[in-house]
Design a protein around this ligand. Sequence first.
Ligand code: UDX
Length: 458
Amino acid sequence: MWGSTSEGHLVVANSNKRLRLSVIGTGYLGATHAAAMSSLGFEVVGIDLDKEKISLLSQGRVPFFEPGLDQLLSDEIATGRLTFTDDFAAASECDVHFICVGTPQAKNSLAADMTFVNGALAAIAPVAKSGSLIVGKSTVPVGTAARLAEELASINAGAELAWNPEFLREGFAVEDTLRPNRLVVGVTSDRAEEILREVYADLLALDIPWIRADLPTAELVKVAANSFLATKISFINAMAEICEAADGDVTVLAKAIGFDPRIGNRFLQAGIGFGGGCLPKDIRAFMARADELGARQALEFLREIDSINLRARTRMIELVRADLGDDLKGRKIAILGAAFKPESDDVRDSPALDIAVQLHGAGADVRIHDPKATENAKRRFPALDFTTDLGECLKGSELILHLTEWREYREIDPSAIAHLVAKKNIIDGRNALDRAKWIKAGWHLRALGVAPVLKAIG
Ligand code: UDX
């Protein structure tokens, strides 16, 4: 059933929501946010300059792999509430505009590249109607919101700016958007907070914590959270280095310290470290911003967090050399995983792919398997050999490296694949395989952060 508002806009009859929303930028964050807001009953227009993306999204097709998003998107397109366009004029009647564009690492520095955020503000500011709220969700250097608010005031004094950082994880984007563990809003007026409370009313009804902050604090919450997570991972990877040197086992150590509720057991998975489009570039941009603010020393520790993280990749290569010898030319290595983490086809700053590239560079005959990310990986590194056929990847290999912990790798029956390989030899770079199972099946298994001679546990 269709109806129309006094302004003549089509609305779905079962939509009980007053506000109309625009979402600028339709990557992981924006596409998910647009579909999720539509599922809450809002009329939403998603805007992106990439015509190909817009065409796919309009057909209900997600241009990347994100579990559950395909279904949500096509369901919402079918309701008529959710549309996509490359024309900013479509946002002119919207009440709230979410800026969800990327802030990648700049080409020549640690800082964030603000081109897309600046472009989004410049495009939406002149068309935003009076009284509308422009809400940044992108991860930005602290101070950006205040600067954009000033710019907005000079272009369109009737609109207001707020910041509402997003904490979604790839692979859980839908769940994290519709059931976030907190909502943080940086506002400069009660009115802005009221509008955002109306947007998130259904989530507030679920008792999701609501935190009102000023603009800089809201911006900082995001980078502080990601810095903490990165620190936790690098902490356990530093312990992994010590365990290797002292004949210990980092997985047992992580389990033992994780029982202390002040520490907690999440994000203590030692291995080849963190990658992706967020953690690495966010801690670097945070350091760059602290420098500008004259507070360099406060974040000096993040430099070490970054180094420990990158060192985990080098340690993996060293383990390979310890196994196959220094000269890797022509040595057959099967690599399990190209994505930066499971349940994602994202290969941005992927530790797995970085290791594969380095081994390839050293002359090894590398074949890489990934259930979802081979196309993205091939686009980045066309010279590498990718396959979606696990058997094909393993065939004739002298060494397997387990680098992204997809479920299908954990479910491999080590006896069933033994006939495919030249040598029953594997290194677990994610500490996610069932060691006892592999060792019992006669495999030589090593893992990062574990004494070289593995004691089968369990
Ligand atoms: C992260 C934050 O979790 C999220 O809140 C923010 O909005 C965006 O950045 P994401 O990049 O999707 O999300 O991935 P995340 O699940 O945090 O993992 C990041 C990296 O850390 C992955 O490469 C993962 O393999 C690695 N990791 C994670 C570990 O090496 N060990 C762990 O214990 C956990």
